[in-house]
Write a protein that binds this ligand. Structure first.
Ligand SMILES: NC(=O)c1ccc[n+]([C@@H]2O[C@H](COP(=O)([O-])OP(=O)(O)OC[C@H]3O[C@@H](n4cnc5c(N)ncnc54)[C@H](OP(=O)(O)O)[C@@H]3O)[C@@H](O)[C@H]2O)c1
Length: 274
């Protein structure tokens, strides 16, 4: 027997596909979107974790678990076709999957830099290109890219990660300018620190997992706040949103007072605060 209908379901009838749905922000978004009435599609590599997240989603519609490794571009078009065949449409794609970095630029192996770009940038744009023909044919829908404050600034031990997030801005801003007139919405989401396992999964210089929850991550906002902000941004067709704690000022400071920002950053690095 199906679950009872929801009283407030702003995403009723919409198919929302979330990458990186097996933990953190993607997991919170899966629950929030299901609660908002959406038919969610959950992707990530760990099928077991996706099944756990699906079971935790309390909505009217059962989530569809679709394991997908973003380093396998040959799987993108078949995955998009599988979602369209099953539900008839795709309304929202959230490119949320990502991998962090905790290693000095000079020491990071090129293979690790490429691995970060492969998931964070090429995975997001590749899957978007696989889904785009469906959205353009519908003349509706939203594509979301989960970037970061690091899409605007660079800080120690995150060079490749920051580069991958900066790259998302160039690509998705350009895409928005190309497809906006055709009814498809593009939204960049820039969170500050969020309390997730990102630093646990982050890659070291050699490509092993950092395997630690670091200070900034532990102090971050709850992933549920990002999930709510993403759904608001999609509903209001916002081009870009920033969500997080006090660290968000860094973006403004770098834009409006870059010399002060660089001075403060150097001072913070010298004192070991970051
Ligand atoms: N936490 C923060 O402070 C923060 C701040 C700003 C932006 N963000 C961004 O938010 C997004 C979500 O991160 P999170 O904080 O929720 O961290 P997380 O808990 O580590 O989640 C990362 C997700 O990415 C998926 N993923 C990693 N490699 C993948 C691959 N090759 N193919 C498919 N999926 C892959 C993981 O799933 P599998 O392991 O199952 O594949 C996991 O579900 C990322 O883009 C991150 O850069 C996070």
């Amino acid at each position: 027997m199906g679950r009872p209908p929801m009283r407030h379901a702003p995403f009723a009838g919409q198919v929302v596909w979330i990458t990186g749905a097996s933990s953190g922000i993607g997991e919170a978004l899966a629950r929030a979107a299901t609660e908002a009435g959406a038919q969610v599609v959950l992707s990530g590599r760990r099928a077991g974790e996706l099944t756990r997240v699906a079971a935790s989603c309390a909505g009217r519609l059962e989530p569809f678990v679709l394991p997908l490794d973003l380093t396998r571009p040959q799987d993108f078009a078949p995955a998009a076709a599988a979602v369209q065949t099953r539900f008839g449409s795709i309304d929202v794609l959230v490119n949320n999957a990502g991998v962090g970095q905790r290693a000095l630029a000079q020491e990071t192996l090129p293979a690790v830099e490429r691995a970060i770009m492969e998931v964070n940038y090429f995975g997001a744009i590749g899957l978007t290109k696989a889904v785009l023909p469906i959205l353009l044919a519908q003349r509706s829908g939203s594509i979301v890219a989960i970037s970061s404050v690091m899409g605007y600034i660079g800080t120690p031990r995150r060079a490749a990660y920051a580069a991958s997030k900066h790259a998302l801005h160039g690509w998705f801003d350009s895409l928005r300018s190309e497809i906006g007139p055709q009814g498809v919405h593009v939204c960049l989401v820039c969170p500050g620190y969020v309390r997730t396992a990102l630093s646990h999964h982050a890659l070291t210089a050699e490509g092993t997992a950092h395997a630690r929850l670091d200070r900034g991550q532990a102090r971050g906002i709850a992933p549920e706040r990002v999930a709510t902000a993403v759904l608001h941004a999609v509903a209001r067709r916002r081009d870009e949103i920033h969500v997080g704690g006090p660290e968000l000022w860094a973006v403004r400071l770098k834009r409006h007072a870059p010399r002060l920002w660089h001075w403060l950053l150097r001072r913070a690095v010298r004192s070991g605060r970051i």
